[in-house]
Design a protein around this ligand. Structure first.
Ligand SMILES: [Zn+2]
Length: 199
């Protein structure tokens, strides 16, 4: 069993878990894990497959530009280039992209960033539970992954392991897949809270 297949197994299990939580409606959303940081090799879920039904082979290994490194029966996610950009920029070991409705609502209400403070849940992304204002960045959507990557590079901060793409969804990352999942859960909670308490 290659490391590629082991990663595929982990990504398939995690995708099924997230699909069951309603985070990956239709075939939306994608997950990736870094195989090697330098030069970057990343394994990402394949395009167009229900995330509740992935097998360990429904993943594609890509290079730093998001292009497949070998012939594959699948196409990588259209958003592979942005996953690579995030890995290069932040040093993350895994990246999770979801389409939670609260991220889309928050992006419309707070296009300059979602400010949160004095919440116990902030500890889940390494911030203080009180006395600290944290802004979750919001960037404009684009179908061009280079343009989207440039916007993300300009907006991200080390204070928050996540960026909202307006009218689209959420990218969150961590040192490994489990931490990326936890960061996704925490940021979704913070966005849900913000949307509910401002309605
Ligand atoms: Zn998306």
């Amino acid at each position: 069993v290659t490391s590629h297949e082991l990663v595929g197994q982990r990504l398939a299990e995690e995708a099924a878990r997230m699909a069951s939580l309603g985070w990956m409606r239709g075939t939306a959303g994608n997950l990736s894990e870094v195989l090697v940081h330098n030069p970057l090799r990343l394994v990402i879920t394949a395009s167009g497959i229900d995330k509740g039904e992935l097998t360990s082979r429904d993943v594609v290994e890509v290079d730093a530009t998001g292009a497949p490194v070998a012939d594959s029966m699948h196409r990588p996610s259209a958003e592979a280039g942005l996953h690579c950009r995030i890995a290069l920029l932040t040093g993350a070991g895994a990246i999770v992209h979801t389409h939670p409705v609260e991220a889309v609502v928050a992006s419309r209400r707070f296009p300059d960033g979602v400010v949160v403070d004095n919440l116990e849940m902030l500890k889940g992304i390494g911030r203080a539970a009180s006395g600290e204002r944290v802004t979750i960045p919001v960037i404009a959507n684009s179908q061009d992954m280079v343009e989207l990557g440039d916007r993300l590079e300009a907006a991200w901060t080390t204070a928050v392991p996540a960026v909202i793409v307006a009218d689209h969804g959420l990218y969150a990352w961590g040192s490994d897949l489990r931490q990326a999942r936890h960061h996704t859960e925490i940021v979704q909670w913070l966005l849900n809270f913000t949307v509910l308490s401002n309605s």
